[in-house]
Design a protein. Structure first.
Length: 297
């Protein structure tokens, strides 16, 4: 169970709707997907193994979960070629997603596995890798249960903003299946980290609650958070100010009211809001000002 990885849709972990649990046995024993009855053909084991892998590449998460649960032979096939199969799934799912590219190496810093079901389907070895990437020292003679490791990982989430300012995350490449599970669990997180604040450019605009005269201009402006704790916005008369994370999901800029972070559902980007301003994270490869019209609407 410790090495069975799975996850639901964005923030969920329902095995029937996108999970990847390798449960082997829903279809019976070793005899094949259809129980080995006379006249029945197990298509995946009847063809060349590489052909079977290409067939599996076309499946989404829910279908892969069903395939793994069909029988032990299918489960073993998915497990043996998981990195290859799930890489294709990751590449399809991560198109246009903030902070994710064709490599899952960025995940260790940001993932907190706050979703209990997703955490339970993440391999112990991968949780240990995430802890190491966050510089969390663990005495494995004392922390022997998986639940204890998950608790340490969730606790470390609150420490990441401070850790990120002192030391970069260690290189830690997760298997593709684990990376997909982690990314889906992480999509439900609204507490932004220091790395995420400083790792993107921000679009600044006045909130709709502002006075009509101010809203009429609605300038397209950019601002930046820097790793040394400074904040710069060209429109601000005070120039450079300081910023800090004062609580999970709350960012203080200078002496202004804190902004709260929220996750955008579509591209998993970030929004920082208070009663006066909206700040939206943008991907560096985004085009000119015309490309931001959808964010402002």
């Amino acid at each position: 169970a410790a090495d069975a990885a799975g996850g639901g849709g964005d923030g969920g972990a329902d095995a029937g709707a996108g999970g990847f649990g390798a449960v082997g046995g829903a279809g019976g024993g070793e005899g094949g997907a259809l129980g080995g009855g006379e006249g029945r053909v197990d298509l995946l084991t009847a063809v060349d193994e590489m052909v079977a892998i290409e067939m599996l590449r076309f499946l989404d998460g829910a279908a892969l979960a069903a395939a793994s649960a069909t029988c032990k032979a299918w489960d073993a096939l998915v497990d043996a070629h998981g990195d290859d199969i799930f890489r294709s799934l990751c590449e399809r799912e991560w198109v246009g997603v903030h902070g994710l590219a064709s490599s899952p190496a960025v995940l260790p810093t940001f993932t907190n596995l706050s979703n209990e079901a997703a955490a339970s389907r993440t391999a112990v070895r991968d949780i240990k890798r995430l802890l190491a990437a966050r510089h969390v020292r663990v005495d494995y003679r004392l922390a022997t249960e998986k639940s204890e490791l998950c608790a340490l990982l969730r606790t470390s989430t609150r420490e990441v903003p401070q850790l990120a300012l002192r030391a970069p995350a260690l290189a830690c490449r997760l298997p593709w299946k684990a990376a997909l599970v982690c990314s889906r669990a992480d999509a439900a997180r609204d507490d932004i980290t220091a790395d995420e604040l400083t790792g993107t450019k921000w679009l600044f605009t006045f909130n709709r609650e502002m006075a009509a005269a101010q809203m009429a201009e609605r300038p397209v402006l950019f601002c930046n958070f820097f790793a040394d704790g400074s904040y710069s916005s060209p429109h601000h008369e005070r120039g450079v100010m300081g910023w800090r994370i004062i609580a999970p999901g709350l960012v203080q800029i200078g002496q202004y009211p804190p902004v709260r972070s929220f996750r955008r559902k579509g591209d998993r980007g970030w929004v920082l809001v208070n009663g006066y301003v909206d700040m939206l994270s943008i991907m560096e490869e985004t085009g000119g000002e015309g490309a931001f019209s959808s964010l402002l609407e």
